[in-house]
Write a protein of this length. Sequence first.
Length: 82
Amino acid sequence: MTTFRVSELTLPQVRTAVRAALADGLDAERVASFLASVDWGGEAGAPEVRELLGELEMALTEYGEGDLKREAFEQRLRDTID
């Protein structure tokens, strides 16, 4: 698995990962794998990247716990790439 340092991660990279997770229908595991590949060590990184990653983590958790329906989860992901 490729590791992404949060200090070097860009918004386009995060959005590309989200697009890939939506390409053939929702692939929540792909979102989870991407988020797990982020190395939060070292420098803080761009605030907008950290904020977006946090939003994705929250949505994924809500979906995984059944608090967010599939359609709502997909829409949250789509909202991050629009």
